[in-house]
Design a protein around this ligand. Structure first.
Ligand SMILES: [Zn+2]
Length: 351
Protein backbone atom coordinates (compact mmCIF):
# COMPACT_ATOMS: atom_id res chain seq x y z
CA UNK A 1 0.00 0.00 0.00
CA UNK A 2 1.48 3.37 -0.92
CA UNK A 3 -1.41 5.65 -0.08
CA UNK A 4 0.69 7.43 2.56
CA UNK A 5 1.55 9.82 -0.26
CA UNK A 6 -1.88 11.39 0.12
CA UNK A 7 -0.80 12.67 3.53
CA UNK A 8 2.54 14.06 2.46
CA UNK A 9 3.04 17.06 0.20
CA UNK A 10 6.67 17.19 -0.92
CA UNK A 11 7.64 15.11 2.06
CA UNK A 12 5.98 17.39 4.59
CA UNK A 13 3.31 15.83 6.78
CA UNK A 14 -0.05 17.55 6.70
CA UNK A 15 -1.65 17.69 10.11
CA UNK A 16 -5.08 16.20 10.51
CA UNK A 17 -6.54 18.13 13.38
CA UNK A 18 -9.54 16.20 14.55
CA UNK A 19 -10.12 12.57 15.35
CA UNK A 20 -12.94 12.45 12.79
CA UNK A 21 -10.53 13.63 10.08
CA UNK A 22 -8.08 10.95 11.07
CA UNK A 23 -10.75 8.29 10.98
CA UNK A 24 -11.93 9.52 7.59
CA UNK A 25 -8.37 9.35 6.25
CA UNK A 26 -7.92 5.88 7.73
CA UNK A 27 -11.11 4.73 6.00
CA UNK A 28 -9.76 6.00 2.68
CA UNK A 29 -6.49 4.16 3.20
CA UNK A 30 -7.81 0.95 4.70
CA UNK A 31 -11.42 0.49 3.59
CA UNK A 32 -13.43 -2.32 5.12
CA UNK A 33 -12.86 -4.92 2.36
CA UNK A 34 -9.09 -4.44 2.61
CA UNK A 35 -9.18 -4.57 6.41
CA UNK A 36 -11.23 -7.76 6.22
CA UNK A 37 -8.79 -9.30 3.76
CA UNK A 38 -5.90 -8.53 6.10
CA UNK A 39 -7.77 -10.18 8.94
CA UNK A 40 -8.41 -13.37 7.00
CA UNK A 41 -12.03 -12.49 6.24
CA UNK A 42 -11.76 -11.98 2.48
CA UNK A 43 -14.47 -14.56 1.81
CA UNK A 44 -16.88 -12.54 3.95
CA UNK A 45 -16.23 -9.17 2.28
CA UNK A 46 -19.16 -9.49 -0.12
CA UNK A 47 -22.74 -8.23 -0.42
CA UNK A 48 -23.90 -11.69 0.68
CA UNK A 49 -21.75 -14.06 2.72
CA UNK A 50 -21.78 -16.35 5.72
CA UNK A 51 -21.31 -14.41 8.95
CA UNK A 52 -17.80 -14.72 10.45
CA UNK A 53 -19.15 -14.09 13.95
CA UNK A 54 -21.66 -16.90 14.23
CA UNK A 55 -21.57 -20.44 12.97
CA UNK A 56 -24.04 -20.95 10.16
CA UNK A 57 -23.55 -22.74 6.89
CA UNK A 58 -27.15 -22.48 5.69
CA UNK A 59 -28.01 -18.80 5.58
CA UNK A 60 -25.83 -16.02 4.19
CA UNK A 61 -26.65 -13.51 6.90
CA UNK A 62 -23.64 -11.25 6.45
CA UNK A 63 -23.29 -8.32 4.12
CA UNK A 64 -20.50 -5.88 3.27
CA UNK A 65 -21.61 -2.83 1.29
CA UNK A 66 -21.21 0.93 0.71
CA UNK A 67 -23.83 3.27 2.10
CA UNK A 68 -25.30 6.29 0.30
CA UNK A 69 -22.24 8.39 1.28
CA UNK A 70 -19.88 5.78 -0.14
CA UNK A 71 -18.73 4.63 3.30
CA UNK A 72 -18.20 0.92 3.85
CA UNK A 73 -20.47 -0.92 6.25
CA UNK A 74 -20.95 -4.49 7.45
CA UNK A 75 -24.09 -6.04 8.85
CA UNK A 76 -25.15 -9.42 10.19
CA UNK A 77 -28.86 -9.95 9.62
CA UNK A 78 -28.92 -12.39 12.54
CA UNK A 79 -27.77 -11.08 15.94
CA UNK A 80 -24.14 -10.02 15.51
CA UNK A 81 -24.76 -6.35 14.75
CA UNK A 82 -23.10 -4.16 12.19
CA UNK A 83 -21.11 -1.00 11.64
CA UNK A 84 -17.90 0.29 10.13
CA UNK A 85 -14.24 -0.70 10.12
CA UNK A 86 -13.84 0.27 13.78
CA UNK A 87 -16.93 -1.63 14.89
CA UNK A 88 -15.54 -4.68 13.11
CA UNK A 89 -12.32 -4.47 15.14
CA UNK A 90 -14.32 -3.99 18.35
CA UNK A 91 -16.15 -7.19 17.59
CA UNK A 92 -13.12 -9.15 16.34
CA UNK A 93 -10.74 -8.24 19.13
CA UNK A 94 -13.13 -7.56 22.01
CA UNK A 95 -11.96 -3.96 22.21
CA UNK A 96 -13.79 -0.87 23.47
CA UNK A 97 -14.50 1.81 20.83
CA UNK A 98 -11.45 3.85 21.85
CA UNK A 99 -9.08 0.88 21.62
CA UNK A 100 -10.53 -0.25 18.29
CA UNK A 101 -10.24 3.30 16.90
CA UNK A 102 -6.60 3.49 17.91
CA UNK A 103 -5.89 0.07 16.42
CA UNK A 104 -7.63 1.05 13.18
CA UNK A 105 -5.72 4.33 12.87
CA UNK A 106 -2.44 2.54 13.45
CA UNK A 107 -3.30 -0.27 11.03
CA UNK A 108 -4.11 2.34 8.37
CA UNK A 109 -0.90 4.23 9.09
CA UNK A 110 -2.74 7.30 10.37
CA UNK A 111 -0.96 8.24 13.56
CA UNK A 112 -1.05 11.29 15.78
CA UNK A 113 2.58 12.04 15.06
CA UNK A 114 2.55 10.55 11.56
CA UNK A 115 4.99 7.80 12.34
CA UNK A 116 5.01 5.09 9.72
CA UNK A 117 2.06 2.87 10.47
CA UNK A 118 1.94 -0.90 10.49
CA UNK A 119 1.56 -2.36 7.03
CA UNK A 120 1.73 -6.08 7.40
CA UNK A 121 -0.28 -8.79 9.01
CA UNK A 122 2.51 -9.12 11.55
CA UNK A 123 2.25 -5.43 12.35
CA UNK A 124 -1.50 -5.73 12.82
CA UNK A 125 -0.79 -8.28 15.53
CA UNK A 126 1.57 -5.95 17.40
CA UNK A 127 0.66 -5.78 21.08
CA UNK A 128 -1.54 -2.82 21.99
CA UNK A 129 -1.91 -1.16 25.35
CA UNK A 130 -4.33 -3.15 27.46
CA UNK A 131 -7.81 -1.63 27.13
CA UNK A 132 -9.75 -0.76 30.28
CA UNK A 133 -11.51 -3.77 31.81
CA UNK A 134 -14.93 -4.62 30.40
CA UNK A 135 -17.87 -5.36 32.66
CA UNK A 136 -18.20 -9.03 33.57
CA UNK A 137 -21.07 -10.84 31.87
CA UNK A 138 -23.95 -12.30 33.85
CA UNK A 139 -24.58 -15.79 32.46
CA UNK A 140 -27.56 -18.03 33.08
CA UNK A 141 -27.18 -20.60 35.84
CA UNK A 142 -24.98 -23.50 34.72
CA UNK A 143 -24.86 -27.06 36.04
CA UNK A 144 -22.23 -29.79 36.09
CA UNK A 145 -24.70 -32.02 34.26
CA UNK A 146 -26.16 -35.43 35.01
CA UNK A 147 -25.19 -38.80 33.58
CA UNK A 148 -27.82 -38.36 30.84
CA UNK A 149 -26.20 -35.10 29.73
CA UNK A 150 -22.74 -36.64 29.67
CA UNK A 151 -23.89 -39.73 27.78
CA UNK A 152 -25.69 -37.67 25.14
CA UNK A 153 -22.71 -35.39 24.66
CA UNK A 154 -20.24 -38.30 24.48
CA UNK A 155 -22.36 -39.78 21.70
CA UNK A 156 -22.98 -36.47 19.90
CA UNK A 157 -19.30 -35.48 19.70
CA UNK A 158 -17.78 -38.99 19.79
CA UNK A 159 -15.51 -38.22 22.72
CA UNK A 160 -14.78 -40.40 25.76
CA UNK A 161 -16.79 -40.09 28.94
CA UNK A 162 -13.53 -39.62 30.82
CA UNK A 163 -12.73 -36.55 28.67
CA UNK A 164 -16.12 -35.06 29.54
CA UNK A 165 -15.75 -35.81 33.25
CA UNK A 166 -12.35 -34.13 33.17
CA UNK A 167 -13.83 -31.14 31.33
CA UNK A 168 -16.52 -30.79 33.99
CA UNK A 169 -14.10 -31.18 36.86
CA UNK A 170 -11.77 -28.42 35.61
CA UNK A 171 -14.69 -26.11 34.82
CA UNK A 172 -14.46 -26.14 31.01
CA UNK A 173 -17.83 -27.82 30.50
CA UNK A 174 -21.23 -27.01 31.93
CA UNK A 175 -24.84 -27.73 31.06
CA UNK A 176 -28.05 -25.72 31.20
CA UNK A 177 -31.56 -25.58 29.78
CA UNK A 178 -31.66 -22.56 27.48
CA UNK A 179 -34.64 -21.46 25.39
CA UNK A 180 -36.29 -24.79 26.14
CA UNK A 181 -33.36 -26.91 24.98
CA UNK A 182 -30.82 -28.89 26.94
CA UNK A 183 -27.44 -27.38 26.10
CA UNK A 184 -23.74 -27.95 26.70
CA UNK A 185 -21.67 -24.90 27.40
CA UNK A 186 -17.95 -24.31 26.94
CA UNK A 187 -16.54 -21.81 29.42
CA UNK A 188 -13.81 -21.65 32.07
CA UNK A 189 -13.22 -20.56 35.64
CA UNK A 190 -12.97 -16.89 34.67
CA UNK A 191 -16.61 -16.97 33.43
CA UNK A 192 -16.12 -14.15 30.93
CA UNK A 193 -16.80 -16.18 27.78
CA UNK A 194 -19.35 -18.93 27.24
CA UNK A 195 -20.67 -20.65 24.15
CA UNK A 196 -23.70 -22.92 24.18
CA UNK A 197 -24.69 -25.68 21.76
CA UNK A 198 -27.79 -27.83 21.82
CA UNK A 199 -27.40 -31.40 23.07
CA UNK A 200 -29.61 -32.58 20.20
CA UNK A 201 -27.05 -31.19 17.75
CA UNK A 202 -29.58 -28.84 16.14
CA UNK A 203 -29.07 -25.11 15.47
CA UNK A 204 -30.57 -22.49 17.79
CA UNK A 205 -33.67 -21.08 16.14
CA UNK A 206 -33.02 -17.49 17.26
CA UNK A 207 -29.62 -17.29 15.54
CA UNK A 208 -29.97 -20.04 12.92
CA UNK A 209 -26.62 -21.33 14.10
CA UNK A 210 -25.27 -24.10 16.27
CA UNK A 211 -22.82 -22.14 18.39
CA UNK A 212 -24.43 -19.44 20.54
CA UNK A 213 -21.98 -17.09 22.24
CA UNK A 214 -23.91 -16.05 25.34
CA UNK A 215 -24.68 -12.36 25.72
CA UNK A 216 -21.97 -10.28 27.32
CA UNK A 217 -19.21 -12.78 26.52
CA UNK A 218 -15.71 -11.49 25.91
CA UNK A 219 -15.66 -13.53 22.71
CA UNK A 220 -11.90 -13.33 22.19
CA UNK A 221 -11.11 -14.68 25.67
CA UNK A 222 -9.14 -17.92 25.22
CA UNK A 223 -11.05 -20.67 26.98
CA UNK A 224 -8.77 -22.44 29.45
CA UNK A 225 -6.62 -19.44 30.24
CA UNK A 226 -6.74 -20.00 34.03
CA UNK A 227 -5.62 -23.63 33.59
CA UNK A 228 -2.94 -23.14 30.98
CA UNK A 229 -0.65 -21.12 33.26
CA UNK A 230 0.64 -24.24 34.96
CA UNK A 231 1.29 -26.52 31.95
CA UNK A 232 4.45 -26.65 29.81
CA UNK A 233 2.59 -27.54 26.58
CA UNK A 234 -0.59 -26.12 25.09
CA UNK A 235 -2.90 -27.51 22.40
CA UNK A 236 -4.45 -24.41 20.79
CA UNK A 237 -7.76 -25.36 19.17
CA UNK A 238 -10.75 -23.68 17.50
CA UNK A 239 -14.16 -24.09 19.11
CA UNK A 240 -15.88 -26.16 21.78
CA UNK A 241 -16.01 -29.53 20.00
CA UNK A 242 -12.26 -29.43 19.41
CA UNK A 243 -11.69 -28.48 23.05
CA UNK A 244 -13.47 -31.67 24.14
CA UNK A 245 -11.54 -33.65 21.50
CA UNK A 246 -8.26 -32.19 22.81
CA UNK A 247 -9.03 -33.55 26.29
CA UNK A 248 -9.98 -36.87 24.69
CA UNK A 249 -6.56 -37.14 23.01
CA UNK A 250 -4.62 -35.85 26.03
CA UNK A 251 -6.14 -38.70 28.05
CA UNK A 252 -5.53 -41.22 25.24
CA UNK A 253 -1.87 -40.22 25.10
CA UNK A 254 -1.43 -40.38 28.87
CA UNK A 255 -0.28 -36.73 28.78
CA UNK A 256 -2.48 -35.28 31.50
CA UNK A 257 0.42 -33.69 33.32
CA UNK A 258 2.12 -32.28 30.23
CA UNK A 259 -0.53 -30.87 27.89
CA UNK A 260 -3.40 -28.47 28.42
CA UNK A 261 -5.97 -27.36 25.83
CA UNK A 262 -6.81 -23.73 25.12
CA UNK A 263 -9.67 -22.88 22.74
CA UNK A 264 -10.37 -19.77 20.72
CA UNK A 265 -14.14 -19.71 20.14
CA UNK A 266 -14.11 -18.91 16.42
CA UNK A 267 -11.62 -18.51 13.58
CA UNK A 268 -12.20 -14.75 13.51
CA UNK A 269 -11.08 -14.33 17.13
CA UNK A 270 -7.63 -12.99 17.94
CA UNK A 271 -5.67 -13.72 21.10
CA UNK A 272 -5.97 -10.66 23.36
CA UNK A 273 -2.59 -9.35 24.51
CA UNK A 274 -3.75 -9.79 28.10
CA UNK A 275 -3.61 -13.56 27.46
CA UNK A 276 -0.09 -13.53 25.97
CA UNK A 277 1.61 -14.40 29.31
CA UNK A 278 0.04 -17.88 29.42
CA UNK A 279 1.97 -18.82 26.26
CA UNK A 280 5.34 -17.44 27.32
CA UNK A 281 8.12 -20.06 27.07
CA UNK A 282 5.51 -22.74 26.29
CA UNK A 283 5.42 -25.26 23.51
CA UNK A 284 2.21 -24.53 21.60
CA UNK A 285 0.76 -26.80 18.93
CA UNK A 286 -2.08 -25.34 16.87
CA UNK A 287 -4.78 -27.65 15.47
CA UNK A 288 -6.23 -25.62 12.57
CA UNK A 289 -9.56 -26.40 10.96
CA UNK A 290 -8.92 -27.29 7.32
CA UNK A 291 -11.26 -24.59 5.90
CA UNK A 292 -9.73 -21.28 4.69
CA UNK A 293 -10.83 -19.27 7.78
CA UNK A 294 -9.32 -21.98 9.98
CA UNK A 295 -6.00 -21.86 8.13
CA UNK A 296 -5.95 -18.04 8.21
CA UNK A 297 -6.68 -18.10 11.94
CA UNK A 298 -3.81 -20.53 12.58
CA UNK A 299 -1.36 -18.33 10.69
CA UNK A 300 -2.44 -15.27 12.64
CA UNK A 301 -2.38 -17.06 16.00
CA UNK A 302 1.13 -18.33 15.22
CA UNK A 303 2.27 -14.71 14.70
CA UNK A 304 0.66 -13.71 17.96
CA UNK A 305 2.23 -16.65 19.80
CA UNK A 306 5.64 -15.59 18.54
CA UNK A 307 4.99 -12.13 19.97
CA UNK A 308 3.88 -13.79 23.20
CA UNK A 309 7.34 -15.42 23.37
CA UNK A 310 6.15 -19.00 23.07
CA UNK A 311 9.19 -21.28 23.06
CA UNK A 312 8.08 -23.43 20.15
CA UNK A 313 5.11 -23.08 17.82
CA UNK A 314 3.89 -25.56 15.24
CA UNK A 315 0.66 -26.82 13.74
CA UNK A 316 -0.77 -30.30 13.33
CA UNK A 317 -1.96 -31.16 9.83
CA UNK A 318 -5.03 -33.25 9.11
CA UNK A 319 -4.09 -33.56 5.44
CA UNK A 320 -4.89 -36.96 4.00
CA UNK A 321 -6.67 -38.23 7.12
CA UNK A 322 -10.09 -39.84 6.71
CA UNK A 323 -12.89 -40.48 9.13
CA UNK A 324 -14.35 -43.94 9.59
CA UNK A 325 -17.12 -42.97 7.14
CA UNK A 326 -14.52 -42.12 4.47
CA UNK A 327 -14.98 -38.33 4.64
CA UNK A 328 -11.88 -36.19 5.05
CA UNK A 329 -10.96 -35.09 8.57
CA UNK A 330 -11.63 -31.35 8.86
CA UNK A 331 -10.89 -30.69 12.51
CA UNK A 332 -9.62 -32.29 15.68
CA UNK A 333 -13.05 -33.56 16.71
CA UNK A 334 -13.26 -35.49 13.42
CA UNK A 335 -10.14 -37.38 14.56
CA UNK A 336 -12.10 -39.11 17.31
CA UNK A 337 -13.81 -41.07 14.53
CA UNK A 338 -10.69 -41.62 12.44
CA UNK A 339 -10.54 -44.38 9.85
CA UNK A 340 -8.73 -47.41 11.28
CA UNK A 341 -6.25 -47.32 8.40
CA UNK A 342 -5.24 -43.72 9.27
CA UNK A 343 -5.24 -44.01 13.07
CA UNK A 344 -1.51 -44.63 13.26
CA UNK A 345 -0.93 -41.12 11.88
CA UNK A 346 -2.30 -39.64 15.10
CA UNK A 347 0.34 -41.24 17.30
CA UNK A 348 2.62 -38.19 17.15
CA UNK A 349 -0.18 -35.72 17.84
CA UNK A 350 1.28 -34.93 21.28
CA UNK A 351 5.06 -35.30 21.19
ZN1 LIG B 1 -23.73 -13.11 12.59
Amino acid sequence: MNSTSSLHAAGAPVALSSLSEKVAEAKRRLPLPLLMERRGLRDHAKPSAFCPFHENTRTKAFSTFQDERGLWRWKCHSQCGGGDEITLLEKLDGLPRSGATRQFLEAAGVETRFEPGPRSLAALATPRPTPPPRPLPVFPEMERGGSDDLARLAELRAVSASALLLAVSVGLLRFATLRGHRAWIITDGERVNAQARRLDGQPWEHIEAKAWTLAGSHASHPIGRPLAKTYPNVMLVEGGPDLLAALHFIICAGQLCAWCPVAMLGASQRIPTSAFPIFERKRVRIFPHTDPPGRDAARFWALQLAQAAAARIDAFSFAGLRRANGEPVQDLNDCTTIHAADAAQLKDMLP
